[in-house]
Design a protein around this ligand. Sequence first.
Ligand code: ATP
Ligand code: MG
Length: 511
Amino acid sequence: MRPVLSVHEVTKKFHQVVANDRVSFDVMPGEIHCLLGENGAGKSTIAECIYGFHRPDGGTISVRSKELDLRSPSDAIRSGIGMVHQHFVLVPSMTVLENIVIGTEVATAILDMREAAERIAEICRRYNVEMDLNSRVSALTVGQQQWVEIVKALFLGAEILIMDEPTAVLTPQESRRLFAIFREMCESGMSIILISHKLDEVMQSDRVTVLRKGKKVGTVETRASSKSELTNMMVGREIDLGAPRPRGVIGSPMIELHGLCAQGDLGTPALNGMTLTVHRGEIVGIAGVAGNGQKELFETLTGVRKATDGRVVFDGKEVTNHSPRDIQKAGMGHIPDDRFSEGLVPDFDIQSNLILGAQREPAFSKMGFLRFDAIRQFARDSIEAFAIKAPSAQTACRTLSGGNAQKVIVAREFAQSTKAILANQPSRGLDIGVIEYMHGRLTDKRDENFAILIASEELDELRSLADRIVVIFKGQIVGEFRHDAVDLERIGLLMAGHTGEAAAKTSVGEA
Ligand SMILES: Nc1ncnc2c1ncn2[C@@H]1O[C@H](COP(=O)(O)OP(=O)(O)OP(=O)(O)O)[C@@H](O)[C@H]1O
Ligand SMILES: [Mg+2]
């Protein structure tokens, strides 16, 4: 069988950074081919070269042995290459149908719209995807939006589909379904290139190409490999995140929510009377599909969003609707899930982003002057501790890889908080080595009596880290599990809104 896509000796440089160094791999028809590698290894860059977004400095990309001259994504689309980006590019105020046909030739005539709708419906039927073409994208869950992106790529005729870290927060059931559909696509002759840090997903592929520091380490048959072998190829050592960690001693309440209510961006209720306590020395994990109030919860706790009812008590003091600055000063750190729009100033360099919000603290300023030596030392230490890959501390955060940008936020919030850390999807996009380091630091903080609240799409992560897991659905806590009684299947059902018998049994209410 001949490969459908051949990447041959592709090199891509950004100034002095060699993001891809003579990378070669083949993708066969009907194959799920994973790209695996540490943060900054060059995965997104090679994907964006294949999609015509970057122009390589050397090497060739061929489809069915025909060398391509890709000048833009439309050239790639014409060659049957589709890509679902990590950050969705859908327009929220438009309908599903409009989003799919946008920017394509068929969008010009009403008649064609109808024909387009029929073709899209046909694609949905074929893969058993339920999708209301007339609903607005803003009304869809992240998981549903991901489907819109995939269907759009299929509508544009993709035979080779690139998925760069499908980040959608999927329940275990949804994730199994996604892979079942990937398989169906492959059976009908498509090929999928999947970029993922989630080893469970990677293990469902046919072959894996591992990149390290821009170079290819090797390509292996997934069946003949294992998670530990892949981790080893990727970071040069074995890592096991699954091991349960010693529990800290749980103390008195640190963060208390009493019937907290808040609205979402569109003015609809997002938190519906949430009551929850996080104690000193406790890690509480929030399991839930994105869009069920996690973001609003963290924003209301940190003063960024207004509580419309209910109260927040932090370390014994009422802080409901206090300013973000005051709450931060009281010792609460926050790692938001949308790193580029909320966590960082992309045009600032790494060093400035690391001290953002703390520039007036005595550690970094004296009598109105910034203490540059101290700032530089702090930046150097953070870059080393979190293995932030960048030419220097003066590199603009805008040019960092997804995972490295996330590390800057985590490093800053870890350093600035003194009593509590709130983290929404903290390990999203981080490679396994960094996740291990971050987990270690989080457990250290817990042992220092911090209260820690983490929302994660990775149930395995919550299971190994949290002393208690609560399930969030439509702005309410619908279930609660102690670490020794975690049942992932049931959590999955609760996350999907099933409050039936099986689910209710484990829902023990407030501690
Ligand atoms: N536009 C750019 N300008 C400068 N440097 C860049 C640019 N895009 C990427 N880089 C650099 O290229 C290297 C590879 O980045 P890339 O985004 O491909 O990594 P990745 O493997 O996708 O990592 P992650 O898992 O964190 O997403 C990194 O060192 C990154 O800082
Ligand atoms: Mg990337």
